[in-house]
Design a protein around this ligand. Structure first.
Ligand code: G1P
Length: 293
């Protein structure tokens, strides 16, 4: 029997340089898409997948995420006193009661693989998820991408599962790229993964996006992973080592991914959420129509 996914790691130590100057003081994961920060979408997806322990790998300067999920005593008592029940529920609803947060510091920015390795003392030897909050994946009322992946992993005896989608061939050097043999409509067995290959040497245009379900064994492999692309310790390289031991699946999730690590992606996500919003959807549609006229 494969174990249930209980722990999800959020690497949130990045500097967010693409959103400077805002990210001088605002953590990039706190940038809002409508009224909710990116990290809230990521956390909701993890909770939807069954997680009860959220591990944030942060740096020593970033406190906003911890503050955001903490109890806001003063605000909550003011809202309660003034009878603002809906707002109070919203403030208290950032995290369900059964879910706990653990914060781990990444002492140096040595890469995504290193950030994930920092979570080892909390995760231990059990399967876990990794969610990169700047890849916002939206599947409306349907199952979130991480839940789809956890379910696939459970059906496949605890196999590792990595979310993928096709990207323009010219952009392979922005992603981890997989070579995989199809197993079903959405799943494929990964033969090879390579971090940020140049288009001329990329094995395909099937790119890893920011969702992973991995076995605890990946930590041992990360411990011996040498710096790779960009001089950083890459999660992709440890996954490549894992392939020698067990099968890892590439999964084309149901849903739309917005790359909120850049300005245009954040605008697209905001527009999609605004169009789907019951209060401002119609007005947004009008706005878009008129601004294109
Ligand atoms: C990271 C991973 C890369 C993956 C990407 C998805 O890269 O290293 O394999 O394709 O996330 O967003 P980064 O965007 O942090 O450079």
């Amino acid at each position: 029997m494969s174990q249930r996914l209980r722990k999800v790691v959020f690497p949130v130590a990045g500097l967010g340089t693409r959103f400077l100057p805002a990210t001088k003081v605002v953590a990039k994961e706190m940038l809002p898409v409508l009224d909710r920060p990116l990290i809230q979408y990521a956390v909701d997806e993890a909770v939807d997948a069954g997680a009860d322990t959220l591990v944030f790998v942060t740096n020593r300067y970033k406190h906003a995420i911890a503050d955001y999920f903490d109890k806001a005593y003063e605000l909550e008592s003011k809202l309660a006193q003034s009878g603002k029940k809906e707002l109070l529920a919203m403030v208290q609803g950032t995290l369900p009661k059964h879910v706990r947060c653990v914060f781990v510091t990444q002492p140096e920015a040595l890469g995504l693989g290193h950030a994930v390795l920092c979570a080892k003392p909390v995760v231990g030897d059990e399967p876990f998820g990794v969610v990169l909050a700047d890849d916002l994946i939206w599947n409306g009322a349907g199952a979130g991408a991480l839940r789809q992946m956890a379910e696939l992993s459970a059906r496949e005896n605890g196999a590792g599962v990595i979310a993928v989608e096709e990207v323009p061939h010219a952009q392979t050097d922005k992603y981890g790229i997989v070579d995989a043999s199809p197993l079903s409509e959405r799943a494929a067995k990964i033969n090879l993964v390579v971090e940020k290959p140049k288009p001329e040497v990329a094995p395909s245009n099937l790119a890893i996006v920011g969702r992973y379900v991995l076995p605890g064994r990946i930590f041992d492999l990360l411990e011996t992973t040498k710096p790779g692309a960009g001089g950083e310790i890459q999660l992709t390289d440890a996954i490549e080592s894992l392939l020698g031991e067990r099968s890892v699946l590439a999964y084309r999730f149901e849903g739309t991914r917005f790359d909120c690590g850049n300005k245009l992606g954040l605008v697209k996500a905001t527009l999609a959420m605004a169009l789907a919003d019951p209060q401002i959807g119609a007005a947004t549609r009008e706005l878009v129509k008129n601004s294109c006229a």
